[in-house]
Design a protein. Structure first.
Length: 288
């Protein structure tokens, strides 16, 4: 497995593979890998086959964090990540530093961003104003560095996947986007690098996101008629607030195809929620 930290070297590898007709599969991550990330590596391998190359990037992208967020605390363990990538059969790991990705940021500024203006407005975009501009910008940069034929993203970040798909479609990136299912812990908590922050009882309380999803599933299943979204939202928020350390940031019901909010919740509606458990902000979503 190649470990590459310079942009020029990564582009050289990618161009060489391209010239040889080798398909490139790509999994962008912020590291501190878990089984969810590794399932995306497997999916990328399935897509490009044995003769293809699978590249994983590990980069905690500062431009997608607001100054008040957890950039400095974000968990990191590159040595362990590299071992996991090797075991998962990755061909290369791209692990650039900030000086490589955003050179001379302080002196010259960095002034060319990629912005998606519609799907990124609600939910994570409303709660975290600079977030999606950082995500689309870094993913566009990574696509220009890794030159993938296919890139795999997790359904766990449903809105992110929708924003990336739109960016790729609108800006004609020659990349196929695959969205892979969310991997969960045995008690239903969606795997996330941020779960490391959850100590003791907070880890138990964090299952409230999954239980809220299941509650919504049950309501929709047993109701003969569409359920008013505002009513179900209020019920779920109250349910979440029952846990002493939990506070709902948002609970939204929307159409999974265009992310428009729905007034009536039916089978097929998408539910997404963000919940603070102590100081840790967790997100999850599911189609009902
Ligand atoms: P992150 O390192 O959190 O930026 O995530 C990198 C990629 O892994 C994103 O496409 C995420 O959606 C995906 N991912 C994160 N958690 C999970 C999970 N539990 N199951 C599947 N994919 C995930």
């Amino acid at each position: 497995m190649q470990i590459v930290s310079s942009i020029a070297a990564m582009q050289r590898h990618a161009k060489k593979w391209q010239r040889a007709g080798t398909r490139i599969g790509f999994v962008p991550t912020m590291g501190y890998l878990h089984a969810g990330h590794l399932s995306l590596v497997k999916r990328a391998r399935q897509s490009v086959g044995k003769t293809g190359k699978v590249v994983v990037s590990i980069y905690v992208n500062p431009t997608q964090f607001a100054p008040t967020e957890d950039l400095a605390q974000y968990p990191r363990d590159l040595k362990r990540d590299l071992k996991l990538c090797r075991e998962a059969g990755a061909d290369a790991v791209f692990t650039p530093g900030d000086a490589e990705m955003y050179p001379n940021k302080a002196e010259n500024g960095f002034s060319a961003y990629v912005v998606e203006e519609k799907l990124s407005q609600s939910m994570e975009g409303a709660a975290r104003p600079v977030h999606f501009r950082g995500v689309t910008t870094v993913v566009a940069k990574l696509f220009n560095i890794v030159l993938p034929d296919v890139a795999v993203f997790g359904q766990k970040d449903f809105q992110q996947a929708a924003v990336i798909k739109r960016m790729v479609a609108d800006l004609n990136f020659p990349v196929k986007i695959i969205v892979a299912p969310t991997l969960r812990e045995p008690d239903g908590l969606a795997m996330s690098s941020r779960n490391k922050y959850l100590e003791g009882d907070l880890r138990l309380q964090a299952t409230v996101l999954w239980h809220a999803i299941q509650k919504a599933q049950a309501v929709v299943k047993k109701s003969a008629r569409p359920v008013p979204a505002e009513k179900l939202k209020a019920e779920l928020k109250e349910f979440i607030q029952h846990k002493p350390a939990a506070r709902a940031d948002y609970v939204e019901f929307f159409d999974p195809d265009n992310l428009s909010p729905v007034a009536k919740v039916t089978r097929g509606s998408q539910l997404a929620l963000a919940v603070f458990v102590g100081k840790t902000r967790l997100i999850d979503n599911a189609q009902l």
